[in-house]
Design a protein around this ligand. Structure first.
Ligand code: TXA
Ligand code: MG
Length: 343
């Protein structure tokens, strides 16, 4: 199968993509977080193709993407006041909510769970395609399972060429890290995966917001099945260091001793100024020290870049574990197999 990349789509292109999706083909869709691998969310056979293309474990459920909150009505059995308030506040945007599913939603979408995950992306080209398709689009991140998520059409192509029909190219994703996934109850929400919407933002709308205990205690079974799998891993081993630029520079020096380069370093400008003399270091600067948004934007992109350059080791600067930093550190923990040093 030839994978076609569609840039600056005409009306006719959008019709072609919508038609392909309705017909059970795979189409990669842009969103504000990462690129998705889209299929008809009402068609089990179409969703089977997602699992085959990604090599995804079959118990890991999919998020259904919709163009607006009205569109979820046939997909769920009830919409609580809390769910409505979350949608009114954060949609379109990087918040995925799970609600009790209706019979219309195939078990294939939910991995047999009684709840379905729903998301309305804040992305114009994606919205237009979702509206034109007229069906919910099931879409995990468009990477081979376990690898870093794609934030450009080129990243998708590198993993999915020959496996899917089309990629809708709308340039780089603005956020670069996946949505926050929450389980919504009448009076509280549980964060299953931290992401683009922070706990504090959710607390402005819902009185009780908790993290799934599996995010805090590794021995507990996670409510989001995807959380238990290896994720986002670059080819080279990776260590993350959190601290001042001086402490990070000093630790990178120690960790790089005796290692044959090149060593990929993901660092802030401030840390870069301290390590740029080291010729073994291949640096990617994300922005200022402590800027979680900037780090999130560049995170997957830099890991894929280091894969291309066949680095032997990746050393990455982390951020404080609060606000949007919670989502970044969650991805960094997984990408580095929990090799995080706090200085
Ligand atoms: O930003 C995003 O959410 C991206 C873009 C493409 O929308 N999508 C994404 O999908 O990250 P994926 O499949 O890579 O991650 C979805 C996560 C997984 O951890 C999965 O286990 C969880 O959401 N999930 C999906 N449906 C669920 C459900 N019914 N109950 C609990 N967790 C669910
Ligand atoms: Mg994913």
């Amino acid at each position: 199968m030839d994978t076609k990349i569609i840039t600056n789509p005409s009306e006719q292109d959008i019709d072609t993509l919508a038609h392909a999706l309705r017909n059970g083909e795979l189409v990669s869709i842009p969103t504000e977080t990462v690129y998705g691998l889209g299929a008809n969310g009402l068609d089990s056979e179409a969703m089977d193709k997602i699992y085959a293309a990604k090599g995804r474990p079959s118990d890991n459920p999919l998020i259904l993407h919709v163009p607006n909150s009205e569109s979820i009505k046939p997909l769920v059995t009830e919409i609580s006041a809390t769910a409505q308030a979350l949608m009114d506040t954060f949609w379109p945007g990087p918040l995925t909510i799970t609600l009790p599913k209706s019979d219309l939603v195939p078990d294939r979408a939910t991995g047999g769970l009684s709840r379905v995950a729903l998301r309305c992306p804040d992305h114009e080209a994606c919205r237009v395609l979702l509206e034109r398709a007229g069906i919910p689009i099931a879409a995990p991140s468009a990477n081979i399972s376990g690898r870093p998520s794609p934030t450009t059409a080129e990243d998708v192509y590198n993993d999915m060429n020959g496996r899917i029909s089309y990629i809708l190219d709308a340039g780089p994703c603005t956020i670069g890290v996946e949505s926050t996934v929450v389980e919504v109850h009448d009076d509280k929400v549980i964060i299953l995966r931290p992401g683009g919407i922070t706990k504090a933002q959710l607390e402005n709308v819902v009185a009780t917001v908790e993290y799934d205990t599996a995010l805090v205690n590794a021995a507990t079974k996670p409510k989001a099945p995807g959380i238990k799998y290896t994720h986002y891993a670059p080819d080279a081993p990776m260590t993350v260091v959190v601290g001042s630029p001086e402490a990070i520079a000093c630790t990178f020096k120690e960790l790089s001793e005796g290692i044959e380069g090149p060593i990929g370093c993901l660092v802030s400008r401030e840390t870069y100024d301290l390590i740029k003399g080291n010729t073994d270091f291949m640096c990617h600067c994300f922005g200022h020290h402590g800027d979680a948004l900037a780090l999130g934007h560049d995170f997957y992109k830099s890991l894929l870049h280091f894969n291309e350059k066949h680095v032997t080791l990746i050393l990455a600067e982390g951020v404080d574990d609060d606000g949007f930093g919670v989502a970044i550190m969650n991805r960094m923990e997984k990408a580095s197999s929990h090799h995080i040093i706090y200085k």
